[in-house]
Design a protein around this ligand. Structure first.
Ligand SMILES: Nc1nc2c(ncn2[C@@H]2O[C@H](COP(=O)(O)OP(=O)(O)OP(=O)(O)O)[C@@H](O)[C@H]2O)c(=O)[nH]1
Ligand SMILES: [Mg+2]
Length: 465
């Protein structure tokens, strides 16, 4: 384990529940003074002979000097190491943010006790070896998850999904390194030891392929974590704002029968099958002399440039127009889903014709007025956003950006080992590349991560976690 002198000398305290009005909140205290703080501040209603660890007691918090009752609470003292931080912990369930803040203000006047920094409880859990860095990151991710799917991904990671995969690969690398070391120690038999197809096959099966599989899962993870941005584009009056409202299931944007209703872009968030989607309604695009409308159109074009996916909306009643094709050309190079709207006004839609006109892009017929076809459209957006692959098999953790960079570094180093074996390079050189790969993996789990990186990771936490 890493050596961090003194970090656990101070006892830290914070409100662990979110601020704002609510019934109950929790103060968490961690460190050597936790038991003394419990005894000093908490008076159980029925004082037991001996306080039992991990048992919740009912009683009062009293002011340490005046002995005035500050709140009626439930309190628990938990002896190390079976706690979140692996240190002694006291938790107090009290009423409302104001009272909790007053109690906390008194607790931090206790000797060798101070306010916790953001993420400090989790940092201690990591430094004390209870969780690895991927699990610490998962805590922050879980708190900030935008969709249920995002939360599930974080829980997988918290439960050691990623951690387990990385350790498997590490173990395989360590075993291969042991073989290299034998080759270094016995130079006469070096060729025999290293020149076996078995070694290369092991490197491929146990290291390279699992690394590639993890990297493949990163893409789906990125989509769940960061979401995708989808811009609604089309001629005026085709029903773009109606579509936005229909997807949101609320009357968010103004809809009128007049072309040129939407002047500015409107952005909202929604959840499509677990993918966080930022959806952007734009001004209908046409030739115009009006200054405001022109600005709106320019904005629409700019938003289209930034979007991951374009929903090109057409008026199904009016049929395909020149301008629709011009907009499609404008969106060249983008993922496009073609949306034929107002199908309540037509008896049948010739999808094949549209598919041909839009070079095989997905075409979905809908009515933004009565909601027909909206499910199909959501499905098409999901397919387009995830590249038709779906997201993840359940239970599979996905590397984040930091992990991905390290995995790629490890992969390059491992590929060099493979090439080195083929080229019959000396085992000393192979061992250096192997070591590189190992330290990349060490960075992911937090074994070799520098303090600067740790500071950055934990600073992103909210207070009390
Ligand atoms: N029958 C029918 N009418 C629709 C449908 N969708 C929209 N409309 C009508 O079409 C007109 C224009 O709708 P909007 O949603 O404002 O169209 P828009 O594309 O946002 O228009 P601009 O903001 O002006 O570019 C309104 O009168 C809507 O009620 C539909 O599916 N069926
Ligand atoms: Mg509009």
């Amino acid at each position: 384990m890493r050596d961090f002198p003194d970090f656990n000398e101070a006892t830290i305290a914070a409100i662990a529940t979110p601020p704002g009005s609510g019934g109950i909140g929790i103060i968490r205290v961690s460190g050597p003074q936790s038991q003394a703080i419990f005894q000093q501040f908490f008076q159980p209603k029925n004082p037991p002979k001996k306080i039992i660890s991990h048992r919740l007691y009912f009683g009062a918090i009293v002011h340490p000097k005046t002995r005035v009752v500050m709140d009626e609470v439930l309190a628990v003292y938990m002896r190390a190491p079976q706690t979140y931080t692996r240190e002694d912990v006291t938790e107090i369930h009290g009423h409302g943010t104001l009272l909790l803040q007053e109690i906390l203000a008194q607790i931090v006047t206790f000797p060798a006790t101070r306010l916790a920094e953001p993420g400090e409880f989790t940092k201690r859990a990591f430094l004390n070896g209870r969780i690895d860095l991927t699990q610490a990151e998962a805590v922050a991710e879980l708190l900030g998850a935008k969709t249920k799917e995002g939360a599930r991904l974080a829980v997988d990671q918290l439960r050691g999904g990623l951690h387990g995969d990385i350790w498997h690969i590490r173990d395989a690398l360590v075993a291969i390194r042991a073989i290299m070391e034998v080759a270094i120690d016995f130079p006469d038999e070096e060729m025999e030891i290293l020149d076996t197809p078995a070694l290369k096959i092991r490197l491929e099966r146990e290291v390279q392929e699992p690394l590639l599989r993890l990297l493949a899962r990163a893409e789906g993870g990125k989509i769940i974590r960061e979401g995708v941005s989808v811009v609604i584009l089309g001629r005026p009056n085709v029903g773009k704002s109606s579509l936005l409202n229909c997807l949101l299931r609320e009357e968010r944007a103004i809809v009128t029968e007049l072309p040129g209703t939407t002047r500015d872009t409107i952005e909202e968030c929604l959840d499509i099958k677990g993918v966080p989607v930022r959806i952007i309604d734009t001004a209908g695009i046409r030739e115009t002399v009006e200054a405001i409308e022109e600005i709106g159109i320019r904005r629409a074009q700019q938003k289209m440039g930034e979007a991951d996916l374009v929903l090109l909306v057409l008026d199904g009643e009016a049929g395909l127009q020149e301008e629709d094709l011009a907009l499609f050309e404008m969106a060249a190079g983008k993922k496009v889903v073609v949306v034929i709207n107002k199908i309540d006004r037509v008896t049948c839609v010739n999808s094949a014709l549209y598919e041909k006109a839009f070079f095989g892009r997905p075409v979905v017929a809908i009515s933004a007025l009565n909601g027909d076809g909206i499910r199909n459209l959501e499905e098409a957006v999901y397919e387009a956003a995830t590249g038709g692959q779906g997201l993840q098999e359940p239970g599979a953790a996905a590397p984040n950006v930091r992990h991905t960079a390290a995995l790629q570094g490890a992969l390059v180093a491992v590929q060099q080992v493979g090439e080195g074996l083929t080229a019959k390079r000396s085992p000393d050189i192979l061992a250096i590349d192997l070591q590189d790969a190992l330290s990349f993996l060490g960075d992911i789990v937090g074994e070799t991560t520098t303090d600067d990186v740790l500071d950055i990771i934990f600073a992103e936490f909210c207070l009390g976690k």
